[in-house]
Structures are given as C-alpha cells and as structure tokens.
Write a protein that binds this ligand. Structure first.
Ligand SMILES: [Ca+2]
Ligand SMILES: [Ca+2]
Ligand SMILES: [Ca+2]
Ligand SMILES: [Ca+2]
Length: 378
C-alpha cells in the first residue's frame, strides 16, 4: 500500500493505492528495429544476443547499437543471453564437432572442449553459468566462478536456468527418454508433465523463472500442430491454450518471466504465426504481422518480424491511468496527471493529458482524481 498527496490544486487529496491484479490487455511500446537480418533473439533487460542470420555471425545489441561477437565460422546456433553473458553452439567443421562458446563481454572461450561430440541446447543463468546437452542426452554445466565444466549425470535436453536472488541455481529440462519436463528447484527434482516431441525431436522447450515453469505439451492434432502452452507453479498445472476443437494449432517457443508467458502461435495458418502473451488470466495477441521466435524477459520482447527483421519493444499491460506507460499505476502517473489538473468543465486538456481524463468528460478534475484513487496498482 502506498500513500501520496496532491498539493496546489485547491485541495489536498490523499490517495491510497491498493495492490490488486487488474485484468488487462497488453501492448508493445515503441518497437525498434535491431537488425533487418537478425534472428533467434535472446533478450535480457532490453539487451539482445542474436544471430546475423540463421547460422550466421553472433551479435550483441546493447540497447542502442549492435556489435559483432563472433563471425560465421563455420556457423552458429542457439544464442542464449543473460546479464551480459552470451553463449551459443558453434559448428566448427563438417563432423559433428559442435562446441559451446561463451562470451563475457570481452573474450570468447570454448567451454565444452569435446571434439567429435555434439553439444547443443544452450542456456545461460544470470550468474554467468551455462548449461547445455551433450550428445542430445546428458546435461552439462559450466561454473563461471571456477571455470570448470562437469557432466551432471542427468539425462536431459533443452535446459533453461533461473538463479534465485540467494544464488541457488534452479533449472528445467526435458528427459530424452520419457519426454517428461523436469524441474530442479535447488533441492528436489519434480516431474512436471509430458513435453512435446517424438523420436529424437524434443520440442518441450521448458522455461523456468522464479519457481514457475512454462513449456510446450501435446494437445490433439498432428506432430506439427498439436503443441499447447502449459504453466506450472507450486504443483498446479494450467493449460494455457487448447486447440483440440480446431484439430490443433501450433504453439511454440515459450518464454517465461514473472509468471507471464510470451510465445509464437500459428493463429491464422502454419506460416502466419503471431506473438501472444498470457498474464495468468488473459491471452493477448501482441503482434499483427507474421512474427517468429519471441524472447521475453524483464518486460522486454524481442522477436523476428518476417518482413522487417529483428524487433525489440517493451510490453506492458494497458492500465487506465498509466500515463507514463511503465505498466504501473503509481505516484509517477499521479504527478503527470496533477500537472494536467484544470478543474470541472474547464478544458481543453493540454498535450499528453488525455490519459488522466479517467471519466472521459474532457477535463481533469477531482472526479478523475477520485477515479485514479480506485485503480489498482498494476
Ligand atoms: Ca563438442
Ligand atoms: Ca495449440
Ligand atoms: Ca505508470
Ligand atoms: Ca474528467
């Protein structure tokens, strides 16, 4: 609960903002083009690791400009970026000698060092540690503070990591034998549920963030279209999408942050994919043209617009009274609205003041202030 006061408008109003979740649609704020040929983004706090094109050079976008991290020699895949550290799979020759390379902002180091052995499925933690899968079967772990790489002895593919504020590492992965999604919470391994996939294709793509797991499971439909989004927290599974009645629509590439999932969905047809968001209550379609490979973290989404290239934007809930578009209704918005205060029926409103006219009657007066008072904080 927070309190603040409005002065200088002939009255002092005490606002009490109550923390409630407000059902809302979501929207993208100020999308920017990162690179017209960029693909496979991995976003962290408005910065992006990505490829120049499929298999191409590894790039890093710092929020303003892009720099080359590693050339297309021979080819690169699966960039994963977190907190200034970028890791990816590098194919060094025609033999299956994939290696995992790691960039700390300055130098590139081979952290798998296993010629002739396939290493793939890269994940990076906020502490700079890296996980991946060896031979599409075994989970590997690189510890950034010791520089050591160990085989965890766990059968797993497509891992994802979340490092708790106390430093405890948690992760999820898909079992290559049963296709189950498994979550290690730092102490215990939980079998969450079946992930999508068949044969040697592991398409569960589980993601973990702060005790929650999102992944692709199976609905009805063929092996291309049966993907469905699932969410798990505290032992409770939520099926987010259900296209059984339509015979399946492909849902894929989930990202999870703060119990919000962003993913790619074949909404119109197999090729006409869009980016969607689920906030625990509602599903919002957040792009309107062909879009692929979303990555979501820290309130930012990076994705590939098929026509334009690699895009980056903030994504926020559409809340009444959120005048500064930061996804919260709080004192900062109140300060903006206070500047716009004109009193009853004494418009017109100044530039940028429209958002404060909460009762939509052309002015900003105490009725609007009262309306703001009833809004939950986003
Ligand atoms: Ca290798
Ligand atoms: Ca589906
Ligand atoms: Ca705000
Ligand atoms: Ca008004």
């Amino acid at each position: 609960m927070s309190f603040f006061t409005l002065r200088g408008v002939g009255a002092m109003v005490v606002l009490q903002l109550i923390s409630l979740s407000q059902a809302a649609t979501w929207y993208l704020v100020d999308p920017v083009l990162v690179h017209d040929q960029g693909t496979w983004p991995s976003v962290w706090s408005g910065e992006v690791g990505y490829l120049h094109n499929a298999g191409g050079a590894v790039m890093y976008f710092d929020g303003a400009v892009s720099e080359l991290v590693y050339p297309a020699a021979l080819s690169n895949y699966e960039p994963a970026f977190a907190n200034g550290v970028l890791a990816w799979r590098n194919c060094q020759d025609s033999a299956p000698s994939n290696e995992i390379l790691r960039w700390n902002g300055q130098t590139v180091v081979n952290i798998s060092n296993s010629p002739g052995i396939v290493d793939s499925d890269v994940a990076v933690g906020s502490n700079g540690d890296v996980m991946w899968s060896k031979s599409h079967q075994w989970l590997m772990y690189y510890n950034a503070s010791t520089g050591a790489t160990v085989d965890l002895g766990i059968r797993g593919v497509v891992p994802s990591m979340y490092v708790r504020p106390d430093g405890v590492v948690t992760y999820v992965y898909q079992c290559p034998d049963t296709f189950d999604v498994r979550y290690f919470d730092g102490t215990t391994t939980h079998t969450i549920g079946p992930g999508f996939g068949q044969g040697t294709s592991y398409n569960g793509r589980p993601k973990v963030w702060d005790g929650a797991v999102a992944w692709i499971g199976r609905g009805e439909g063929d092996s291309f279209s049966a993907g469905e989004v699932f969410f798990w927290r505290d032992g409770v599974t939520t099926r987010v999408t259900d296209d059984d009645a339509a015979g399946g629509k492909a849902d894929d590439y989930p990202s999870l942050w703060n119990d919000v999932i962003v993913w790619q969905r074949a909404e119109i047809s197999a090729f006409q994919t869009r980016i969607f968001l689920w906030d625990g209550t509602h599903i919002t379609q957040i792009t309107n043209s062909r879009s692929l490979f979303p990555s979501f973290q820290g309130g930012w989404v990076a994705w590939v617009d098929y026509a334009a290239g690699l895009m980056l934007a903030r994504v926020i809930p559409d809340l009444d009274g959120d005048c500064n578009q930061d996804g919260l209704v709080d004192g900062d918005d109140f300060a903006l609205i206070a500047v716009c205060f004109v009193g009853p029926d004494s418009g017109p409103l100044g530039d940028g003041c429209q958002c404060g006219d909460l009762d939509d009657d052309g002015d900003i007066d105490l009725a609007d202030i009262a309306a703001l008072q009833t809004l939950p904080q986003g």
